[in-house]
Design a protein around this ligand. Structure first.
Ligand SMILES: Nc1ncnc2c1ncn2[C@@H]1O[C@H](COP(=O)(O)OP(=O)(O)OP(=O)(O)O)[C@@H](O)[C@H]1O
Ligand SMILES: [Mg+2]
Length: 252
């Protein structure tokens, strides 16, 4: 379980997160939506201490993430998390296989003889086969996203943080990713925190959706709660997202 209490993050003097509170249960798919620049990526970076909050608490399985941890303790805590970065963050100098195995090598105690089998299995799960030896520069944007996803799930962590998992993907690939997030939850009881602009994805997969607005979660409820919400910001966000998606369809 992840408990977030009154989380505040400023960059210079600009307040980005202004008192976030949330409890995320084990096995839950918890999505975060909100306008560009509202602090969604900042929020998930705080969870693994890639960004250091100014105040508040983050408690993962009873343990205070922000307390004075040495490198060893921090690495142990991060082992519980898979992270799909918004830009993929693959290593250009490594090939696909090496990228997917990276976390296995540094974050787990799995024997190295098993890396290749695990990597192939995860790549096939995200719909990629026979590309193990390609270099990152030889991949399309969508392929990079899926390789990054295979890397994030390779060690079967307890929590996976997905930052825009479907952005830049075609509808069929988006659907696959959506199914994958749900199957990771169902088969492995993984807890997912999904940052997304993709309303269809959020409505399809989420147990709860939080709306980040003015540094706070305006609402954290089921997709049904969101659809019924009378909160003007939530209503406008949903309406604008639908209009945006329809414009996309018209332009195709
Ligand atoms: N390292 C940083 N230093 C200073 N400002 C930053 C830094 N990282 C992010 N910001 C600022 O913090 C705000 C929130 O950024 P963040 O990337 O968290 O937004 P986001 O909600 O993920 O946006 P998007 O939907 O475009 O990905 C933005 O105004 C951004 O410019
Ligand atoms: Mg972001």
């Amino acid at each position: 379980m992840i408990e977030i209490k009154n989380l505040v993050k400023k960059y210079n003097d600009k307040i980005i997160l202004n008192g976030i509170n949330a409890d995320i249960s084990d096995g839950e798919i918890f999505s975060i939506m909100g306008p560009s620049g509202s602090g969604k990526s900042t929020f998930i970076k705080c969870l693994v201490k890639l960004v250091f909050p100014d105040s508040g608490r983050i408690i993962v399985d009873g343990e205070d993430v922000l307390g004075g941890k040495n490198e060893f303790e921090l690495a142990r805590m991060r082992r519980n998390f898979g992270y799909l970065f918004q830009d993929g963050a693959l290593f250009d100098s490594l090939n696909v296989m090496e990228n997917v195995c990276f976390g296995l090598r540094y974050l787990t105690d799995i024997e190295s003889s098993k890396y290749e089998r695990i990597a192939k299995e995860k790549l096939s799960l995200v719909g990629l086969k026979d590309i193990q030896s390609l270099r990152v520069s030889e991949l399309s944007g969508g392929m990079k996203k899926r390789v990054a996803l295979a890397r994030a799930i390779a060690s079967e962590p307890k929590y996976i943080l997905y930052d825009e998992p479907t952005t830049g993907l075609d509808p069929v690939s988006s659907e696959k990713i959506s199914e994958l997030i749900v199957s990771m939850q169902e088969k492995l009881d993984i807890t997912s925190i999904v940052v997304t602009h993709d309303l269809k994805l959020a409505f399809t997969i989420s147990d709860r959706i939080a709306m980040l607005h003015d540094g706070k979660f305006d609402l954290a409820g089921s997709p049904g709660d969101l659809k019924k919400s009378e909160d003007p910001f939530v209503k406008k966000f949903i309406k604008d997202s639908i209009c945006h998606d329809m414009k996309d369809v018209k332009n195709k």
